[in-house]
Design a protein around this ligand. Sequence first.
Ligand code: FES
Length: 283
Amino acid sequence: MTQLEDLVARVERWAALDRVAEPLARAVGRAVQPAPARDVLSGTVIGHPLHPLLTDVPIGAWTMAALLDLAGGPGTERAADLLVAAGVAAAVPTAATGLNDWSDTQGADRRIGLVHAIANSAALTCYAASLAARLQGRRGAGKALALAGYGCVTGGGYLGGHLVYARGVNVNRTAWRRGPRRWTDVLADDELAAGAPRRVQAGSVSVLLVRDGNRIDALDSVCSHMGGPLEQGSIDGGCVTCPWHGSVFRLADGAVVRGPATAPQPGYETRVEDGRIQVRRRP
Ligand code: FES
């Protein structure tokens, strides 16, 4: 383990952070309760998490500003100032989407996310001060503050990457879950009561079965958002609501009706043969 990995592991275990993280996450969770706002901040409306997409804007702008500050010369000063300002403006919605995602995390992920947010907030503060200094003609101070901000945003970016690529936060939890290609026997037909969700095993995947009259719908039982158990969710209006963060999926095809999930649930075909329910992956 490298020293950097060791440092990150210590942050993951640093339980004292929970004293700040827990109430802050609850407050953020309350603030993003309205479904339309949550769907926008989560990226549900575009079918992809919004936060990683937005982070490219301030990081890109500030990277170019750093290059111009260090090697651009007097002719590029206005361009550098503009890039610093663009990064500051873009950092605000980027932070809002990040806070929304972070409010759904737990434990070590939440601690890392808190430090990630602190580092990026420090970066934003440095860049806002840098912009003010530049506008006052104090270019040396503006460059120094921008350089400090770049150090902070680089550290924050490292932790953001760690959250996604090392810890799997906000990745589609069903991406590798395929289900059986052939009809697979999962349950006796008379064991599935109408409206009562049931979790069954179909080959290597677990499947949620829901009966509505003669119709039987089948979706992957692991919520695509963060792995919540859909068989423990509520069924209403042809949809299932995840018990963890309230994502709503249409039972007929797994489409996301409400976020924070951004990826649909894999759905399965069903049939009844000789009194047994069978499922298979959709072609
Ligand atoms: S795990 Fe978050 S909505 Fe299902």
